[in-house]
Design a protein. Sequence first.
Length: 498
Amino acid sequence: MSATFLGMPGSPVFPPFPRAAHDAVRDTTLRGNLRHATSTIRAKRAAAVAEMPDWAALRSAGRQIKDHTLRHLDRYLVRVEEAVTAAGGTVHWAVDAEEANRIVASLVKATGEHEVVKVKSMATQEIGLNEALEAEGVRAYETDLAELIVQLGHDRPSHILVPAIHRNRGEIRDIFRSEMGEWGRPAPEGLTDTPAELAEAARLHLREKFLRAKVGISGANFVVAETGTLVVVESEGNGRMCLTLPETLISVVGIEKIVPTWRDLEVFLQTLPRSSTAERMNPYTSMWTGTTDGDGPETFHLVLLDNGRTDTLADEVGRQALRCIRCSACLNVCPVYERAGGHAYGSVYPGPIGAILSPQLRGTTSEIDASLPYASSLCGACYEVCPVAIDIPEVLVHLRERVVEGGPVTRAGNRVLLKPAKGHAAERAAMRAARWALTRPGALRGGQRLASRTRRFHPRALPGPGRAWTGTRDLPPVPVEPFRDWWQRTHGGKEAAK
């Protein structure tokens, strides 16, 4: 098995999705936690979206804004750099995770500090920033409640919006009791698993971090190109503390997070809250433009991260994954995610969006990335709820073709020829046989008749590689009579004659 570093604590080697999911679906506690959480979020989101008579129009507008921005990303990136610099900030460009980590570590060390507080950020998880900072003697403290639970539990995130969705209240209480003292203020004596007490324990623990920290690190939900303004939306207020109290603020942002104008931002500030937390509006929407004397951080650095995004942009089908606004609506409706959980995806981007985003950002050469496009039933529920209309099933099929057939792809800015992945010879043979038969009506008709006449001898399970499919499914029975013969017998070709 090839090693794939995923920017997360723990072992850097993860099994392919089928193997990881095989174990996850047998964890009854995990499945219970996920079923309760996702069903609750699903119902609330549906009600919030139903309030908007123009939801379809907002969804279409979001898709068009994102597509326009991606088509002209070179121009908007330059505009962002100019606007941020004019406002007193400094812009850094990072081609990959290694460069981004090196930039951030050097900026933190230049302040002389050894601690930073962090706003929840998928980009920093993607590049493994916490681990990179620790290697440089800098300790990063997560301040989002769910991220705090994950960090204290030496765990990995399993959901884009609610990273600790796989934990129940009893487990969280136990983590707080045993781990908080090692990271700062210990949990109160006699802590129970009531939500109010758990929240208060986290609040007291984090407050001393906020008041002491000189350096804050964030991502951004959006960057407005016309003014260089960064936007973070959140529900707890920890982001506001990290963005305003430290003397130095460093933001690591993927290049796809840009929107051209404030008018464009308006669309997403309506669709993101309803799609993610099922709220009409985020409790905290923080915006900052460079630096301002006497207000907020004295120094601001923006690190614009590529890390495979330009390669993804070169794929005409797959590039739509870059529209994603990280709402997690697709996770909450996905039957595969609900049963397997986020850890099985081996990525900080789990669920349907992770199944198409991770293999494009990282490539499909490792076992885990080659397996992710198959982590779906192609039911299409993810596309129906996506607020920017990403056709995830279309991209999944596109990536499956890439895994099985190989072909030209863009990696590190260069056009290369990808070899077919190992273990898919039977699939390739089956698809080629199907193509041959479906393009020859006579052969197809003869095969259907032969299958019907020999149906009593058919096995109940497929042999060889097919055993993986029939091991959990019933093999559909072949009908007594092929459809073509039935149509000919019952209609006598009359419809064709018309």
